[in-house]
Design a protein around this ligand. Structure first.
Ligand code: MN
Length: 132
């Protein structure tokens, strides 16, 4: 069964990059541009994984993560926080908000894929001859 990944990211170029990586990896990608939309889509679609930017309009990634993790029907969904311009304490704050993993931008594609594969239980790229 196809895995669904929700990308919550307001920068269109970053979103395109993540969409390309995930689509190539064989997952279905759904997208939100604000934290509010992200919370709503998580509720509606129950994705297998959420990639969450921190700096987002309307509602930031920290608040969106808190709401998703406070909701009984979405709290099991793993959230990977992706942050640009990582500030001192960002990781601690995001982990306190409830995110499961944390990657600061710019991340290496291989690093992101490894994390996604392990969370989704996909066979690792490594050793398959597939180009990352
Ligand atoms: Mn952003």
């Amino acid at each position: 069964m196809e895995k669904i990944v929700l990308v919550v990211e307001d920068e269109l170029l970053n979103r395109k990059l993540l969409r390309d990586i995930l689509t190539h990896r064989g997952t279905v990608v759904i997208e939100a541009g604000t934290g509010r939309e992200g919370v709503d889509l998580a509720n509606e679609k129950k994705p297998d994984l959420i990639l969450m930017d921190i700096q987002l309009p309307v509602m930031d990634g920290m608040e969106a993560t808190r709401l998703i993790k406070a909701n009984q029907t979405t709290r099991h969904i793993p959230i990977v926080a992706l942050t640009g311009y990582a500030m001192e304490g960002d990781e601690k704050r995001m982990r306190e908000a409830g995110c499961d993993e944390y990657l600061s931008k710019p991340f290496r594609v291989k690093e992101l894929l490894k994390m996604i594969d392990s969370i989704l239980g996909l066979r690792s790229i490594e050793g398959t001859g597939e180009k990352a």
